[in-house]
Design a protein around this ligand. Structure first.
Ligand code: SF4
Length: 90
């Protein structure tokens, strides 16, 4: 597989929250903030207006965290359980 030198091909951050693995694809995120409306403890926008993990993400109820991932209009958020099963499928 070839990679274009000097260009960023991926900017994904991942976080374990209980039995869930939450992933933000920061290249897809366009900063609509729907996820933040849904779970402001779990997500925030950084200086560039791109989603990052919030400091209190561990306090967010599992169902609300999954819901916050579901509402992303560009599918920049994904969430899987320990078996790798995707939980936020629209
Ligand atoms: S809802 Fe999606 S596009 Fe909007 S800020 Fe969250 S991750 Fe980014």
């Amino acid at each position: 597989m070839s990679q274009i030198q000097g260009s960023e091909v991926s900017d994904t951050v991942e976080r374990k929250v209980g039995d869930l693995t939450v992933r933000i694809d920061r290249l897809l995120c366009v900063g609509f903030a729907d996820c933040i409306d849904e779970a402001p403890e779990a997500f925030a926008l950084d200086d560039e207006g791109i989603a990052e993990f919030g400091e209190e993400i561990d306090d967010v109820n599992r169902q609300r965290l999954v819901r916050a991932c579901e509402v992303c209009p560009v599918d920049a958020l994904s969430v899987h359980d320990t078996n790798g099963k995707p939980l936020a499928v629209e």
